[in-house]
Design a protein around this ligand. Structure first.
Ligand SMILES: *[C@@H]1O[C@H](CO)[C@@H](O)[C@H](O)[C@H]1NC(C)=O
Ligand SMILES: *[C@@H]1O[C@H](CO)[C@@H](O)[C@H](O)[C@H]1NC(C)=O
Ligand SMILES: *[C@@H]1O[C@H](CO)[C@@H](O)[C@H](O)[C@H]1NC(C)=O
Ligand SMILES: *[C@@H]1O[C@H](CO)[C@@H](O)[C@H](O)[C@H]1NC(C)=O
Ligand SMILES: *[C@@H]1O[C@H](CO)[C@@H](O)[C@H](O)[C@H]1NC(C)=O
Ligand SMILES: *[C@@H]1O[C@H](CO)[C@@H](O)[C@H](O)[C@H]1NC(C)=O
Ligand SMILES: CC(=O)N[C@H]1CO[C@H](CO)[C@@H](O)[C@@H]1O
Length: 417
Protein backbone atom coordinates (compact mmCIF):
# COMPACT_ATOMS: atom_id res chain seq x y z
CA UNK A 1 0.00 0.00 0.00
CA UNK A 2 -0.05 2.50 -1.94
CA UNK A 3 -1.27 5.67 -3.40
CA UNK A 4 -3.86 3.92 -5.44
CA UNK A 5 -5.10 7.21 -6.79
CA UNK A 6 -2.37 6.76 -9.36
CA UNK A 7 -3.59 3.28 -10.25
CA UNK A 8 -7.19 4.31 -10.68
CA UNK A 9 -6.22 7.30 -12.80
CA UNK A 10 -4.34 4.97 -15.10
CA UNK A 11 -7.18 2.51 -15.13
CA UNK A 12 -9.68 5.07 -16.35
CA UNK A 13 -7.28 6.17 -19.07
CA UNK A 14 -7.05 2.66 -20.48
CA UNK A 15 -9.70 1.81 -23.05
CA UNK A 16 -10.94 -1.69 -22.30
CA UNK A 17 -12.45 -3.19 -25.44
CA UNK A 18 -12.42 -6.90 -24.78
CA UNK A 19 -12.63 -8.91 -21.59
CA UNK A 20 -9.55 -10.88 -20.53
CA UNK A 21 -9.34 -14.62 -19.97
CA UNK A 22 -11.76 -15.84 -17.29
CA UNK A 23 -13.15 -12.32 -16.82
CA UNK A 24 -16.85 -11.51 -16.46
CA UNK A 25 -18.56 -10.74 -19.77
CA UNK A 26 -22.27 -10.81 -18.93
CA UNK A 27 -24.98 -11.16 -16.32
CA UNK A 28 -27.80 -9.14 -14.80
CA UNK A 29 -26.58 -5.65 -13.91
CA UNK A 30 -23.28 -6.22 -15.76
CA UNK A 31 -22.54 -3.26 -18.01
CA UNK A 32 -19.05 -3.97 -19.37
CA UNK A 33 -17.88 -5.46 -22.63
CA UNK A 34 -19.43 -8.76 -23.74
CA UNK A 35 -16.57 -9.51 -26.14
CA UNK A 36 -13.77 -11.79 -25.04
CA UNK A 37 -10.08 -11.37 -25.79
CA UNK A 38 -8.11 -13.68 -28.03
CA UNK A 39 -10.92 -15.80 -29.45
CA UNK A 40 -12.24 -16.83 -26.05
CA UNK A 41 -15.97 -17.27 -25.75
CA UNK A 42 -18.41 -15.49 -23.46
CA UNK A 43 -20.03 -18.45 -21.72
CA UNK A 44 -23.22 -18.40 -19.68
CA UNK A 45 -22.73 -19.53 -16.10
CA UNK A 46 -25.89 -18.26 -14.44
CA UNK A 47 -28.25 -15.33 -14.84
CA UNK A 48 -25.86 -13.13 -12.88
CA UNK A 49 -22.63 -14.24 -14.39
CA UNK A 50 -21.12 -15.06 -17.78
CA UNK A 51 -17.40 -15.59 -18.14
CA UNK A 52 -14.76 -15.62 -20.91
CA UNK A 53 -13.65 -19.23 -21.28
CA UNK A 54 -11.44 -21.02 -23.81
CA UNK A 55 -13.31 -22.00 -27.00
CA UNK A 56 -12.88 -25.67 -26.08
CA UNK A 57 -14.83 -25.27 -22.89
CA UNK A 58 -17.99 -23.83 -24.45
CA UNK A 59 -21.20 -25.69 -24.88
CA UNK A 60 -21.86 -25.61 -21.19
CA UNK A 61 -25.32 -26.71 -20.28
CA UNK A 62 -27.24 -23.98 -18.53
CA UNK A 63 -27.40 -24.51 -14.85
CA UNK A 64 -30.74 -24.14 -13.17
CA UNK A 65 -29.21 -22.14 -10.35
CA UNK A 66 -29.94 -18.43 -10.45
CA UNK A 67 -26.98 -17.46 -8.34
CA UNK A 68 -26.84 -14.12 -6.62
CA UNK A 69 -23.71 -12.59 -5.20
CA UNK A 70 -24.62 -14.12 -1.87
CA UNK A 71 -25.22 -17.62 -3.19
CA UNK A 72 -21.98 -17.52 -5.15
CA UNK A 73 -20.13 -17.17 -1.90
CA UNK A 74 -21.94 -19.98 -0.17
CA UNK A 75 -22.04 -22.79 -2.72
CA UNK A 76 -19.49 -24.70 -0.73
CA UNK A 77 -21.18 -28.06 -0.89
CA UNK A 78 -22.00 -28.12 -4.59
CA UNK A 79 -18.55 -28.71 -6.01
CA UNK A 80 -15.21 -30.04 -4.89
CA UNK A 81 -11.65 -30.15 -6.18
CA UNK A 82 -12.51 -33.22 -8.17
CA UNK A 83 -15.06 -31.23 -10.16
CA UNK A 84 -14.27 -29.74 -13.56
CA UNK A 85 -11.72 -27.04 -12.79
CA UNK A 86 -13.24 -24.42 -15.07
CA UNK A 87 -16.65 -24.81 -13.44
CA UNK A 88 -15.88 -25.45 -9.78
CA UNK A 89 -16.96 -22.65 -7.47
CA UNK A 90 -15.34 -24.09 -4.37
CA UNK A 91 -12.66 -26.55 -3.35
CA UNK A 92 -10.37 -27.63 -0.55
CA UNK A 93 -10.99 -28.30 3.10
CA UNK A 94 -12.56 -24.93 3.90
CA UNK A 95 -9.73 -24.06 6.27
CA UNK A 96 -7.04 -21.58 5.24
CA UNK A 97 -3.47 -22.25 6.28
CA UNK A 98 -2.53 -18.58 6.77
CA UNK A 99 -4.72 -15.80 8.21
CA UNK A 100 -3.69 -12.52 9.76
CA UNK A 101 -2.95 -8.85 9.24
CA UNK A 102 -0.18 -6.50 8.20
CA UNK A 103 1.89 -4.90 10.95
CA UNK A 104 2.89 -1.72 9.13
CA UNK A 105 5.30 1.03 10.18
CA UNK A 106 8.78 0.22 8.85
CA UNK A 107 7.38 1.13 5.41
CA UNK A 108 6.00 4.56 6.41
CA UNK A 109 7.56 7.20 4.18
CA UNK A 110 7.68 4.97 1.08
CA UNK A 111 6.04 6.40 -2.04
CA UNK A 112 4.83 4.50 -5.07
CA UNK A 113 7.86 5.58 -7.11
CA UNK A 114 10.07 3.61 -4.75
CA UNK A 115 11.47 6.60 -2.90
CA UNK A 116 11.40 6.13 0.85
CA UNK A 117 11.87 8.93 3.37
CA UNK A 118 13.30 6.63 6.00
CA UNK A 119 13.03 9.23 8.76
CA UNK A 120 9.25 8.79 8.49
CA UNK A 121 9.37 5.08 9.32
CA UNK A 122 7.66 4.22 12.61
CA UNK A 123 9.03 0.91 13.90
CA UNK A 124 5.95 -0.75 15.42
CA UNK A 125 7.68 -1.83 18.60
CA UNK A 126 7.26 -0.15 21.98
CA UNK A 127 11.02 0.14 22.56
CA UNK A 128 11.40 2.30 19.42
CA UNK A 129 8.18 4.25 18.95
CA UNK A 130 5.76 3.29 21.67
CA UNK A 131 3.57 1.35 19.24
CA UNK A 132 3.19 -2.13 20.68
CA UNK A 133 3.23 -4.27 17.54
CA UNK A 134 4.42 -7.26 19.54
CA UNK A 135 1.40 -6.95 21.82
CA UNK A 136 -0.87 -6.56 18.79
CA UNK A 137 0.44 -9.81 17.32
CA UNK A 138 0.04 -11.64 20.63
CA UNK A 139 -3.54 -10.40 20.80
CA UNK A 140 -4.34 -11.52 17.26
CA UNK A 141 -2.75 -14.94 17.80
CA UNK A 142 -4.74 -15.45 21.00
CA UNK A 143 -7.89 -14.96 18.94
CA UNK A 144 -6.94 -17.33 16.13
CA UNK A 145 -4.66 -15.60 13.61
CA UNK A 146 -1.31 -17.12 12.65
CA UNK A 147 0.30 -14.88 10.01
CA UNK A 148 1.72 -11.34 10.02
CA UNK A 149 3.09 -9.39 7.06
CA UNK A 150 5.85 -6.98 8.06
CA UNK A 151 6.35 -4.22 5.44
CA UNK A 152 9.73 -2.50 5.34
CA UNK A 153 11.51 0.05 3.14
CA UNK A 154 14.39 -1.33 1.06
CA UNK A 155 16.38 1.87 1.79
CA UNK A 156 16.05 1.28 5.52
CA UNK A 157 17.67 -2.14 5.22
CA UNK A 158 20.45 -1.14 2.80
CA UNK A 159 20.83 2.67 2.72
CA UNK A 160 23.27 2.22 -0.15
CA UNK A 161 21.86 0.51 -3.23
CA UNK A 162 23.40 -2.95 -3.45
CA UNK A 163 25.20 -2.48 -0.12
CA UNK A 164 25.23 -4.48 3.07
CA UNK A 165 22.44 -4.46 5.64
CA UNK A 166 22.56 -1.42 7.94
CA UNK A 167 23.35 -2.89 11.35
CA UNK A 168 21.19 -0.50 13.38
CA UNK A 169 18.14 -0.61 11.15
CA UNK A 170 18.45 -4.34 10.62
CA UNK A 171 18.51 -4.92 14.38
CA UNK A 172 15.24 -3.00 14.69
CA UNK A 173 13.49 -4.81 11.86
CA UNK A 174 14.85 -8.16 13.02
CA UNK A 175 13.36 -7.41 16.46
CA UNK A 176 9.92 -7.14 14.83
CA UNK A 177 10.46 -10.38 12.90
CA UNK A 178 11.57 -12.12 16.09
CA UNK A 179 8.57 -10.71 17.99
CA UNK A 180 6.39 -12.21 15.27
CA UNK A 181 8.16 -15.57 15.31
CA UNK A 182 7.94 -15.63 19.11
CA UNK A 183 4.15 -15.71 18.87
CA UNK A 184 4.44 -18.93 16.87
CA UNK A 185 3.02 -17.23 13.79
CA UNK A 186 4.20 -17.21 10.20
CA UNK A 187 5.98 -13.95 9.33
CA UNK A 188 6.09 -12.39 5.88
CA UNK A 189 9.04 -10.15 4.99
CA UNK A 190 7.62 -7.53 2.61
CA UNK A 191 9.97 -5.19 0.72
CA UNK A 192 7.57 -2.28 0.23
CA UNK A 193 9.14 -0.61 -2.82
CA UNK A 194 6.80 -1.04 -5.83
CA UNK A 195 9.56 -2.76 -7.89
CA UNK A 196 11.61 0.43 -7.64
CA UNK A 197 14.51 2.18 -5.94
CA UNK A 198 14.23 6.00 -5.97
CA UNK A 199 12.10 6.18 -9.09
CA UNK A 200 13.91 3.54 -11.13
CA UNK A 201 12.44 0.12 -11.89
CA UNK A 202 14.69 -2.84 -11.12
CA UNK A 203 16.44 -3.97 -14.32
CA UNK A 204 14.17 -1.79 -16.47
CA UNK A 205 15.33 1.81 -16.09
CA UNK A 206 18.48 1.85 -18.17
CA UNK A 207 20.43 -0.31 -15.76
CA UNK A 208 20.45 2.22 -12.91
CA UNK A 209 18.98 -0.40 -10.57
CA UNK A 210 20.08 -3.92 -11.35
CA UNK A 211 18.63 -7.31 -10.61
CA UNK A 212 21.96 -8.12 -8.93
CA UNK A 213 21.46 -5.30 -6.42
CA UNK A 214 17.99 -6.59 -5.54
CA UNK A 215 19.31 -10.15 -5.35
CA UNK A 216 22.02 -8.95 -2.97
CA UNK A 217 19.35 -7.67 -0.56
CA UNK A 218 17.44 -10.94 -0.62
CA UNK A 219 20.55 -13.10 -0.33
CA UNK A 220 21.48 -11.28 2.88
CA UNK A 221 17.97 -11.59 4.32
CA UNK A 222 17.52 -15.24 3.34
CA UNK A 223 20.92 -16.12 4.82
CA UNK A 224 19.79 -14.67 8.18
CA UNK A 225 16.54 -16.62 8.22
CA UNK A 226 17.46 -19.77 6.30
CA UNK A 227 16.64 -22.00 9.27
CA UNK A 228 13.34 -20.25 10.17
CA UNK A 229 10.63 -22.50 8.76
CA UNK A 230 7.91 -19.95 9.54
CA UNK A 231 9.49 -17.18 7.52
CA UNK A 232 7.68 -16.27 4.28
CA UNK A 233 9.48 -14.25 1.62
CA UNK A 234 7.30 -11.53 0.05
CA UNK A 235 9.61 -10.55 -2.79
CA UNK A 236 8.17 -7.08 -3.53
CA UNK A 237 5.09 -5.03 -2.70
CA UNK A 238 2.87 -3.90 -5.58
CA UNK A 239 4.94 -3.60 -8.74
CA UNK A 240 3.10 -1.27 -11.13
CA UNK A 241 3.59 0.13 -14.61
CA UNK A 242 6.44 -2.30 -15.18
CA UNK A 243 6.92 -2.16 -18.96
CA UNK A 244 8.29 -5.68 -19.50
CA UNK A 245 6.54 -8.30 -17.36
CA UNK A 246 8.79 -11.07 -18.68
CA UNK A 247 11.92 -9.17 -17.67
CA UNK A 248 10.29 -8.62 -14.27
CA UNK A 249 9.66 -12.37 -14.01
CA UNK A 250 13.36 -12.91 -14.77
CA UNK A 251 14.21 -10.60 -11.87
CA UNK A 252 11.85 -12.50 -9.57
CA UNK A 253 13.37 -15.78 -10.78
CA UNK A 254 16.83 -14.52 -9.84
CA UNK A 255 15.56 -13.65 -6.34
CA UNK A 256 13.88 -17.05 -5.88
CA UNK A 257 17.08 -18.82 -6.95
CA UNK A 258 19.12 -16.67 -4.54
CA UNK A 259 16.77 -17.31 -1.60
CA UNK A 260 16.85 -21.07 -2.17
CA UNK A 261 20.62 -21.11 -2.67
CA UNK A 262 21.06 -19.16 0.59
CA UNK A 263 19.65 -22.20 2.36
CA UNK A 264 15.99 -21.19 2.67
CA UNK A 265 15.00 -24.20 0.64
CA UNK A 266 11.46 -24.91 1.81
CA UNK A 267 9.78 -21.67 2.90
CA UNK A 268 6.89 -20.09 1.03
CA UNK A 269 7.86 -17.37 -1.48
CA UNK A 270 5.24 -14.89 -2.79
CA UNK A 271 5.55 -13.86 -6.45
CA UNK A 272 4.38 -10.27 -7.11
CA UNK A 273 2.63 -9.34 -10.36
CA UNK A 274 2.24 -6.06 -12.23
CA UNK A 275 -0.61 -3.54 -11.77
CA UNK A 276 -0.23 -3.35 -7.98
CA UNK A 277 -0.53 -7.16 -7.80
CA UNK A 278 -4.21 -6.65 -8.54
CA UNK A 279 -6.10 -9.89 -7.91
CA UNK A 280 -8.64 -8.74 -10.49
CA UNK A 281 -6.11 -8.51 -13.32
CA UNK A 282 -3.39 -10.95 -12.26
CA UNK A 283 -4.33 -13.16 -15.20
CA UNK A 284 -5.47 -10.60 -17.80
CA UNK A 285 -2.54 -8.26 -17.09
CA UNK A 286 -0.12 -11.05 -18.03
CA UNK A 287 1.33 -11.53 -14.55
CA UNK A 288 0.12 -15.11 -14.11
CA UNK A 289 1.66 -16.26 -17.37
CA UNK A 290 4.98 -14.52 -16.73
CA UNK A 291 5.38 -15.30 -13.02
CA UNK A 292 4.09 -18.82 -13.70
CA UNK A 293 7.44 -19.60 -15.32
CA UNK A 294 9.38 -18.93 -12.09
CA UNK A 295 10.79 -22.16 -10.66
CA UNK A 296 12.86 -23.44 -7.76
CA UNK A 297 16.42 -24.49 -8.60
CA UNK A 298 15.20 -28.11 -8.76
CA UNK A 299 12.67 -27.14 -11.42
CA UNK A 300 9.64 -27.50 -9.14
CA UNK A 301 7.07 -24.86 -8.20
CA UNK A 302 6.75 -26.11 -4.62
CA UNK A 303 5.99 -23.25 -2.20
CA UNK A 304 5.94 -20.61 -4.94
CA UNK A 305 2.57 -18.79 -4.74
CA UNK A 306 1.18 -15.76 -6.56
CA UNK A 307 0.89 -12.62 -4.41
CA UNK A 308 -2.38 -10.72 -4.92
CA UNK A 309 -4.06 -7.65 -3.40
CA UNK A 310 -7.68 -6.46 -3.38
CA UNK A 311 -9.46 -3.45 -1.90
CA UNK A 312 -13.19 -3.24 -1.79
CA UNK A 313 -13.95 0.45 -2.24
CA UNK A 314 -15.40 2.08 -5.35
CA UNK A 315 -12.10 2.48 -7.20
CA UNK A 316 -10.12 -0.41 -5.69
CA UNK A 317 -7.86 2.15 -4.05
CA UNK A 318 -8.16 1.33 -0.37
CA UNK A 319 -8.62 5.02 0.34
CA UNK A 320 -12.35 5.11 1.12
CA UNK A 321 -14.15 4.08 4.26
CA UNK A 322 -17.17 2.59 2.47
CA UNK A 323 -17.04 -0.61 0.44
CA UNK A 324 -18.94 -1.14 -2.79
CA UNK A 325 -18.15 -4.68 -3.87
CA UNK A 326 -17.17 -8.09 -2.59
CA UNK A 327 -15.57 -8.71 -5.99
CA UNK A 328 -16.27 -12.41 -5.84
CA UNK A 329 -17.76 -12.74 -9.31
CA UNK A 330 -15.42 -10.22 -10.97
CA UNK A 331 -12.22 -11.25 -9.27
CA UNK A 332 -11.97 -14.22 -6.98
CA UNK A 333 -14.20 -16.71 -8.80
CA UNK A 334 -12.39 -16.37 -12.15
CA UNK A 335 -9.02 -16.25 -10.37
CA UNK A 336 -9.85 -19.41 -8.39
CA UNK A 337 -10.88 -21.20 -11.55
CA UNK A 338 -7.72 -20.14 -13.38
CA UNK A 339 -5.53 -21.23 -10.46
CA UNK A 340 -7.32 -24.57 -10.21
CA UNK A 341 -7.08 -25.28 -13.93
CA UNK A 342 -3.39 -24.34 -13.92
CA UNK A 343 -2.39 -26.09 -10.71
CA UNK A 344 -1.36 -22.90 -8.90
CA UNK A 345 -2.10 -21.12 -5.61
CA UNK A 346 -2.34 -17.48 -4.51
CA UNK A 347 -2.01 -15.52 -1.27
CA UNK A 348 -4.12 -12.39 -0.63
CA UNK A 349 -1.47 -10.41 1.26
CA UNK A 350 -3.40 -7.09 1.38
CA UNK A 351 -7.13 -6.52 1.56
CA UNK A 352 -9.09 -3.94 3.48
CA UNK A 353 -12.06 -1.70 4.04
CA UNK A 354 -13.40 0.75 6.60
CA UNK A 355 -14.97 -0.11 9.91
CA UNK A 356 -18.50 0.26 8.53
CA UNK A 357 -21.36 -2.08 7.71
CA UNK A 358 -20.83 -2.02 3.93
CA UNK A 359 -17.33 -3.35 4.42
CA UNK A 360 -18.44 -5.97 6.91
CA UNK A 361 -20.84 -7.27 4.26
CA UNK A 362 -18.35 -7.25 1.41
CA UNK A 363 -15.23 -8.31 3.30
CA UNK A 364 -16.97 -11.24 4.97
CA UNK A 365 -18.33 -12.36 1.59
CA UNK A 366 -14.91 -12.05 -0.05
CA UNK A 367 -13.03 -13.89 2.68
CA UNK A 368 -15.74 -16.52 2.96
CA UNK A 369 -15.31 -17.27 -0.73
CA UNK A 370 -11.55 -17.50 -0.26
CA UNK A 371 -12.00 -19.84 2.69
CA UNK A 372 -14.21 -22.13 0.63
CA UNK A 373 -11.57 -22.22 -2.11
CA UNK A 374 -8.71 -23.15 0.19
CA UNK A 375 -7.25 -25.51 -2.41
CA UNK A 376 -6.14 -22.51 -4.47
CA UNK A 377 -6.04 -19.68 -1.89
CA UNK A 378 -3.47 -20.13 0.86
CA UNK A 379 -4.71 -17.31 3.05
CA UNK A 380 -5.00 -13.58 3.59
CA UNK A 381 -3.58 -10.64 5.53
CA UNK A 382 -5.73 -7.59 6.30
CA UNK A 383 -4.47 -4.01 5.77
CA UNK A 384 -3.65 -2.88 8.39
CA UNK A 385 -2.56 -2.95 12.00
CA UNK A 386 0.85 -1.74 13.25
CA UNK A 387 1.69 1.94 13.64
CA UNK A 388 -1.54 3.39 12.21
CA UNK A 389 -3.58 5.88 14.20
CA UNK A 390 -7.14 5.00 15.17
CA UNK A 391 -8.30 7.69 12.73
CA UNK A 392 -6.88 5.82 9.71
CA UNK A 393 -9.70 4.75 7.35
CA UNK A 394 -8.57 1.13 7.19
CA UNK A 395 -7.36 0.87 10.79
CA UNK A 396 -7.11 -2.67 12.20
CA UNK A 397 -5.15 -1.84 15.36
CA UNK A 398 -6.89 -3.29 18.42
CA UNK A 399 -7.70 -0.92 21.26
CA UNK A 400 -6.41 -3.03 24.13
CA UNK A 401 -8.29 -6.28 23.75
CA UNK A 402 -11.04 -4.62 21.68
CA UNK A 403 -10.87 -5.36 17.94
CA UNK A 404 -12.08 -3.00 15.25
CA UNK A 405 -15.46 -3.76 13.68
CA UNK A 406 -14.00 -5.27 10.49
CA UNK A 407 -11.46 -7.44 12.30
CA UNK A 408 -13.95 -8.83 14.79
CA UNK A 409 -16.59 -9.38 12.09
CA UNK A 410 -14.54 -10.85 9.23
CA UNK A 411 -10.81 -11.29 9.80
CA UNK A 412 -10.91 -14.34 12.09
CA UNK A 413 -11.64 -17.23 9.80
CA UNK A 414 -13.59 -19.13 12.44
CA UNK A 415 -16.16 -16.28 12.37
CA UNK A 416 -16.67 -16.48 8.61
CA UNK A 417 -19.66 -18.24 7.08
C1 LIG B 1 -5.38 -2.70 -12.95
O1 LIG B 1 -6.26 -3.31 -12.01
C2 LIG B 1 -7.50 -2.63 -11.85
C3 LIG B 1 -8.31 -3.35 -10.81
O2 LIG B 1 -7.53 -3.68 -9.72
C4 LIG B 1 -8.24 -2.59 -13.16
O3 LIG B 1 -9.42 -1.85 -13.00
C5 LIG B 1 -7.36 -1.98 -14.23
O4 LIG B 1 -8.00 -2.08 -15.47
C6 LIG B 1 -6.02 -2.70 -14.30
N1 LIG B 1 -5.16 -2.05 -15.28
C7 LIG B 1 -4.49 -2.72 -16.19
C8 LIG B 1 -3.69 -1.89 -17.12
O5 LIG B 1 -4.52 -3.95 -16.29
C1 LIG C 1 -29.51 -4.47 -10.22
O1 LIG C 1 -29.76 -3.13 -10.58
C2 LIG C 1 -30.97 -2.63 -10.08
C3 LIG C 1 -31.17 -1.26 -10.65
O2 LIG C 1 -30.00 -0.49 -10.52
C4 LIG C 1 -30.92 -2.63 -8.57
O3 LIG C 1 -32.13 -2.18 -8.03
C5 LIG C 1 -30.64 -4.04 -8.07
O4 LIG C 1 -30.46 -4.03 -6.67
C6 LIG C 1 -29.42 -4.60 -8.72
N1 LIG C 1 -29.27 -5.99 -8.33
C7 LIG C 1 -28.13 -6.49 -7.85
C8 LIG C 1 -28.15 -7.92 -7.49
O5 LIG C 1 -27.12 -5.81 -7.73
C1 LIG D 1 -15.19 -29.12 -18.26
O1 LIG D 1 -16.23 -28.24 -18.62
C2 LIG D 1 -16.15 -27.80 -19.95
C3 LIG D 1 -17.23 -26.76 -20.13
O2 LIG D 1 -18.45 -27.29 -19.81
C4 LIG D 1 -16.28 -29.00 -20.89
O3 LIG D 1 -16.17 -28.60 -22.22
C5 LIG D 1 -15.19 -30.00 -20.57
O4 LIG D 1 -15.35 -31.16 -21.35
C6 LIG D 1 -15.24 -30.39 -19.10
N1 LIG D 1 -14.13 -31.26 -18.78
C7 LIG D 1 -14.28 -32.35 -18.01
C8 LIG D 1 -13.03 -33.12 -17.74
O5 LIG D 1 -15.34 -32.68 -17.53
C1 LIG E 1 16.88 -7.93 -17.37
O1 LIG E 1 16.01 -7.37 -18.35
C2 LIG E 1 16.19 -7.87 -19.65
C3 LIG E 1 15.24 -7.12 -20.54
O2 LIG E 1 15.41 -5.74 -20.38
C4 LIG E 1 15.90 -9.33 -19.68
O3 LIG E 1 16.14 -9.85 -20.97
C5 LIG E 1 16.76 -10.05 -18.69
O4 LIG E 1 16.34 -11.38 -18.63
C6 LIG E 1 16.66 -9.44 -17.33
N1 LIG E 1 17.59 -10.12 -16.50
C7 LIG E 1 17.39 -10.35 -15.25
C8 LIG E 1 18.42 -11.17 -14.53
O5 LIG E 1 16.42 -9.94 -14.66
C1 LIG F 1 -0.48 -4.27 -16.68
O1 LIG F 1 -0.73 -3.15 -15.85
C2 LIG F 1 0.24 -2.12 -15.93
C3 LIG F 1 -0.19 -1.04 -14.97
O2 LIG F 1 0.27 -1.34 -13.69
C4 LIG F 1 0.33 -1.61 -17.36
O3 LIG F 1 1.37 -0.66 -17.45
C5 LIG F 1 0.60 -2.76 -18.29
O4 LIG F 1 0.53 -2.28 -19.60
C6 LIG F 1 -0.45 -3.84 -18.12
N1 LIG F 1 -0.15 -4.95 -19.01
C7 LIG F 1 -1.09 -5.63 -19.64
C8 LIG F 1 -0.61 -6.74 -20.54
O5 LIG F 1 -2.27 -5.39 -19.51
C1 LIG G 1 -10.18 2.63 23.60
O1 LIG G 1 -10.93 2.04 24.64
C2 LIG G 1 -11.11 2.90 25.76
C3 LIG G 1 -11.74 2.10 26.87
O2 LIG G 1 -12.81 1.35 26.39
C4 LIG G 1 -11.93 4.10 25.33
O3 LIG G 1 -12.09 4.98 26.41
C5 LIG G 1 -11.20 4.81 24.21
O4 LIG G 1 -11.98 5.86 23.71
C6 LIG G 1 -10.89 3.85 23.07
N1 LIG G 1 -10.05 4.53 22.11
C7 LIG G 1 -10.37 4.58 20.81
C8 LIG G 1 -9.42 5.31 19.95
O5 LIG G 1 -11.38 4.08 20.38
C1 LIG H 1 -18.71 -7.66 -9.90
C2 LIG H 1 -18.09 -6.58 -9.10
O1 LIG H 1 -18.49 -6.33 -7.98
N1 LIG H 1 -17.08 -5.94 -9.67
C3 LIG H 1 -16.39 -4.82 -9.05
C4 LIG H 1 -15.08 -5.22 -8.43
O2 LIG H 1 -14.44 -4.08 -7.90
C5 LIG H 1 -14.15 -3.05 -8.82
C6 LIG H 1 -13.42 -1.97 -8.09
O3 LIG H 1 -14.09 -1.59 -6.94
C7 LIG H 1 -15.44 -2.56 -9.45
O4 LIG H 1 -15.14 -1.59 -10.45
C8 LIG H 1 -16.17 -3.72 -10.08
O5 LIG H 1 -17.42 -3.30 -10.57
Amino acid sequence: MKAYVIASTLATAVAVNAVGNYGQCGGINYSGSTTCDGGWVCTYSNDWYSQCLPPSSTGTTRTTTTGTRTSTTSTKSTTTTSANCSQATSGGSGTLKYTGVNIAGFDFGCATDGTCTTSKAVPPLSQYSGVDGAGQMQHFVSKGMNTFRLPVAWQLLTPTLGGTLDATNWAKYDALVKACLNTGAYCIIDIHNYARWNGNIINQSGGSVTTAQFVSLWTQIATKYASQSKLIFGVMNEPHDVPDINAWAATVQAVVTAIRNAGATSQLILLPGNNWTSAQTYVSNGSAAALGTVKNPDGSITNLAFDVHKYLDSDNSGTHVECSTDNVSATFLPLAQWLRCNGRQAFLSETGGGNVQSCVTDMCAQLSFIKHNSDVFLGYAGWSAGAFASSYELNEVPNGSQDTLLVSSCLYQQNLP
